[in-house]
Design a protein around this ligand. Sequence first.
Ligand SMILES: CC(C)(COP(=O)(O)OP(=O)(O)OC[C@H]1O[C@@H](n2cnc3c(N)ncnc32)[C@H](O)[C@@H]1OP(=O)(O)O)[C@@H](O)C(=O)NCCC(=O)NCCS
Length: 248
Amino acid sequence: MKRIIGVCGAPVTTHNSGFVGLYGVESGFQNRGIGQKLFTLCLQHINDRNCGLHAVPEKLSMYERKAGFGVREGVSMVVCNNLPQNWQNLSKTINDNTRVEELNKENKHLLAKIIEYDSKVHKEKREKLLTSSLTKPDYTTFVAIDDMSGHLVGFGCIRLHNGGKGMIGPLYADNDTIAEVLVYNLINSCIAAQTKGLLFMTISSSSGGLKIAQKLQITERDRCELSIGYVKFSDKSGHLKSEPYVDD
Ligand SMILES: CC(C)(COP(=O)(O)OP(=O)(O)OC[C@H]1O[C@@H](n2cnc3c(N)ncnc32)[C@H](O)[C@@H]1OP(=O)(O)O)[C@@H](O)C(=O)NCCC(=O)NCCS
């Protein structure tokens, strides 16, 4: 019977960049060149696109020295995890022309608008991912709509996290006020977030995200340095051919 003894995956993801992951060889079969072979096949699939990976610390130098990956520094994922305080004090209204409403999962038209809005952030349509996630029973989504134009100006989701807390994400908005109003509605709709806690992740370069966390007094529990988000340079001079990998 055939048995899998090693695996490596390399999908082409956002911004037409690749991401290598799920890299492992069963312990009894390591150090025989199997891993290297799988990894090389994956890089061939990625071709000359930029490529990211998250390395376990002990493999950092291997990727750097032997596979031509470089560290992307300066951006961290900030993980806040606590009972949100005074969430009722967050802004509740945007302006006279902008309303916030909950997504009815049957509303295909509104879902299409969310996919369209999201694609402006991600530079590609994440249709499958959003359709399958946002229509799941444990997802609650709110959208902000400009009534004058009918355009979406933001959307956000909350769902239950493994620990039974509320977890916000994705959350995108045209400005900080819209984001804040969305967060108010998301917490308001989620008893678990109010009583058990809220998991809220933002990146260190997002002043709006950090401001919301500060207002909710949800303390930073963890800061994951994205310096382990490696980028493979596409030419020897170190210049990136396309946009760099961003973990979002
Ligand atoms: C990492 C792992 C997949 C390597 O698999 P493997 O089959 O043992 O590796 P190989 O036998 O192909 O390695 C042969 C050589 O290629 C190197 N190599 C292996 N994978 C490589 C890669 N992705 N890039 C560059 N070099 C690599 C090794 O350092 C080794 O060099 P050496 O002969 O100078 O020591 C394996 O050790 C493993 O499963 N480790 C546990 C899980 C893990 O850490 N995964 C990586 C998470 S980031």
